[in-house]
Each structure stands twice: as C-alpha cells, then as structure tokens.
Design a protein around this ligand. Structure first.
Ligand code: SF4
Length: 434
C-alpha cells in the first residue's frame, strides 16, 4: 500500500518522505490509494530506507514482464549518465585543517571540557544526540578526506591539487564533488540509465558516488546482461563512453559499441612555436610494421620511448613517443606550422589507438548513423523527463544508499507508468493499426 502511494507521489514529482507525509494527510487520491491510512512521518522515512532492499527485485519483475509481453527489446540499449545534486549544501565543504579544528571543538563540547563562559559556534548542535550524530559524520568525513588525499598523492606531481583545496561535504561526506549541469561546483551523485530505444523502458540503472561517466560502460553492460539474462548485443552511447579501454571491454563481452570517438585528446588543435595552428597529427601516417610515422614532408619520425599512462582506477595503457630528426625538422619549409619547440616534431601514440581509428571508420557507415540517431531520442528523453516532469534535480536523503534507493523508486515508477501505456496501446486496435 505504501509503495502504491509512493509511486503515485514520485510521478507527481514528490521524492521526499516529508512531502509524502503531508500529501497523505491532505490529498484525496492518496486517501483513496491508502484506503484511509495516514502513516506518520517516521513510517515514511523508514519505508524509504527499507525500499532499498527490494527495489531491484521489483525492477527485475517489471523488465521480465515487459520482455515476456514483447514490449521491450533486450538486445539493444542506449546508455547515458547525468549528475544529480546530493542532499548536501555546497557551502559546507571543509578541508583537513578545518575538519580537525571542528572535531576538537565538538569533542570538547561533548566532554564538557569547553569553558562554560565561552560561546560555542552556531554549528554545534544543542542536544547530546545531535552532537554525537555530527561527531560520527565528522569522523566519516575524515576517512573520506584521507582517501582523497591518498588519491591526490598518487597523481603525477604536475597534476596534484593543492592539499588545502581538497575538501569534503560535511552534510553528505560520501558525495563526490564536481560540476553540475549549471556548472556549479557541489556535492553530487551520478545516475546511469540503459534504455530500450523502442519502448523507452529503462532496462538497467545505477547511482554511483562519482562525478563523471568514466569507466561506467563495462559496469552497465554487465548489469544489463544480468537483468536481461545475457540478451544484450548492441550498446548505443555518446563519445564519453568510447575510449580504447571501453572498446576493448565491449569486444571482450561480445557487445557491439555504437559510439563516436570523442574529439578531445588526440585531435586537439595545438599552436606551433610561431603561434600558427599546428599541423594536426592526423596528417602523419603510422606504419604499424615499421613502427614509425611519416610526416607530410615525407620524413620519418622514429620511435623514441614509451611511458605508462593511468586510465581510470588501476588500469594502464602504454603511450609511445615518435620524434623527427631535430636538424631535418628545423630546416623544413613546414617547420613554422609544425614545430612547437626547438627539437624535432613529436607525436604520441597510445597502445590500441588502431581501435579508435576502426571505430571512427565504423561510425561513418550509414547503418551506424541510423542506430546512433536512436540514442538521443531515447535516453536523453528519459533524463529530460526525470528532471523536467518528475522534478528530480536533487536527492532527498543523505548517503549513497539513500541516493540508490531514490533512483530505484524513480525508475520503478516511470517503468510502471510506461509499461501501462504500452499495454493499453497494445490492446487498442486503433493504436496497434497506427
Ligand atoms: S617539421 Fe619535421 S615533422 Fe614537420 S613536416 Fe617538416 S620534416 Fe616533417
């Protein structure tokens, strides 16, 4: 009964248990759905937390019914992700020094070792329960911050952040920090959806404590395969899901990836040492057998060395460097548009780059273009509907677990709504004929 009422509220755009409580008291539709039951505020909050345990099972049931009734095609999925603001203030982010200072003040207030004459800061809760709760959150925030410092220390020295600028949200320490759709730096979570492009039903979803989509393609393929019992054959995605590792992951899993290769990185337009647009690396031809490049002037750029490059988490790729002869390059008529420094022209090539070249060629085919056109029409629509019609632009509970539950409830509500429409259309001879 509670689930029915919650699904109705989510479709109206109400995602908070506090609103469900108010609506159950004053909305006649809710009275009808709950047969007069008006639960307390605590019941709603408890239900939201309990729903996390069964929401995946319910989602699986809806997908199974949709496949069985031939409304959902499990062989194709369109993937995309979108960030949603966490239930946390972007003004309450602290660095390690501030966190330790606050912890000392709070500990003093709890131990009553603070001078009674001294006024406590406003952020110290008045009750003992509130203080204990805040102390637990500060301790958790300390662990998260320590992990972020460790990650920062593992980066190459040129890419390390100033340790004082590494911060954590005290309202929701689990939430990573990143730029939201309005380009505001804040705590957020990222939702990933795999949608069937013909029925607009969501096949699989996830909510992660990450600020980007990087590395999510294999995770979503595995999850979709689990839900559809290995029926997925083709995945449509945007350029953010088309790295060398993503293409390899798809090949290993026997999935055809329909995604354009992102223009960033390899084909970035650089300036030459004379300030002119530099001759792009695409004009250099790679010879795999000889392992060298040939430049537009016909000179050879020999293999120089290679280095290990980190690519998401603990995965690495080797990047080789090829360089032209310094004297030949400096004497070349094209040197003004080609060289960026005093040495010969340098070209970098990442291991597996031939996969990107093959993917680029594949995306020029008509068949790939037709498939790719389905992506924008389906998965983008799903995110637009969530943010516009269901007003889901912010989570309403703190922590990753609650964010996952909220995502699951939203997915279930929208899938049930969509499946109902598909079933009605299927039983309507006028619609079936159309
Ligand atoms: S500057 Fe060197 S690499 Fe560039 S076109 Fe001339 S010879 Fe080739």
């Amino acid at each position: 009964m509670l689930l029915k009422m919650v699904i109705y509220q989510i479709l109206l755009g109400n995602h908070s248990p506090a609103t469900w409580y108010k609506e159950a008291k004053r909305n006649t539709d809710m009275t009808w759905l709950g047969r007069g039951y008006k639960p307390s505020r605590t019941v709603w909050y408890d239900f939201r937390d309990r729903a996390g345990k069964f929401i995946d099972q319910l989602h699986q049931q809806v997908v199974d019914i949709a496949i069985e009734q031939r409304h959902l095609d499990p062989s194709i999925g369109a993937l995309d992700g979108s960030s949603v603001s966490a239930c946390a203030s972007r003004h309450r982010m602290v660095n390690l020094a501030t966190l330790n200072k606050r912890k000392a003040i709070l500990q003093g207030a709890i131990d009553a070792s603070v001078d009674p004459e001294r006024t406590l800061p406003k952020w110290v809760p008045p009750s003992e329960v509130g203080r204990a709760d805040l102390l637990a959150r500060i301790e958790h925030a300390g662990e998260v911050l320590a992990a972020r410092h460790q990650q920062n220390d593992a980066r190459p020295s040129g890419k390390r952040k100033d340790p004082n600028k590494i911060v954590v949200s005290l309202s929701d320490p689990d939430a990573p920090l990143g730029l939201d759709k309005r380009k505001t730096y804040r705590p957020l979570y990222t939702i990933q959806n795999v949608v069937d492009p013909s029925s607009y039903l969501i096949i699989s979803y996830t909510c992660t404590a990450s600020a980007t989509d990087a590395g999510m393609l294999p995770v979503m393929i595995d999850q979709t395969q689990k839900i559809t019992r290995g029926s997925l054959k083709r995945m449509l995605a945007d350029g953010g899901y088309c790295s060398i590792l993503d293409i390899r992951d798809c090949t290993d899993r026997g999935i055809e990836l329909i995604a354009p290769v992102s223009a960033s990185g390899t084909s970035r337009q650089n300036k030459s040492r004379e300030g002119l647009p530099q001759i792009p690396r695409e004009q250099f031809t790679y010879d795999a057998q000889a392992n060298h490049y040939t430049c537009p002037a016909g000179e050879i750029l020999k293999y120089k060395d290679r280095e290990k490059k980190q690519r998401g988490g603990d995965r690495f790729l080797y990047q080789s460097r090829f360089q032209g002869d310094t004297e030949t390059c400096n004497a070349c008529v094209l040197s003004g548009q080609c060289l960026s420094g005093k040495g010969g022209r340098m070209i970098k090539r990442t291991e597996g780059e031939e996969l990107l070249e093959a993917q680029r060629a594949k995306m020029l085919e008509e068949r790939s273009k037709e498939f790719y056109a389905l992506r924008g029409q389906s998965v983008e629509l799903i995110f637009g509907d969530a943010k516009g019609n269901r007003r889901h632009d912010r989570f309403h509970g703190r922590g990753l677990k609650r964010a996952e539950t909220e995502t699951g409830l939203l997915t279930l509500a929208r899938n049930l709504h969509r499946l109902d429409r598909l079933q009605r259309n299927a039983s309507n001879p006028m619609k079936t004929a159309a």
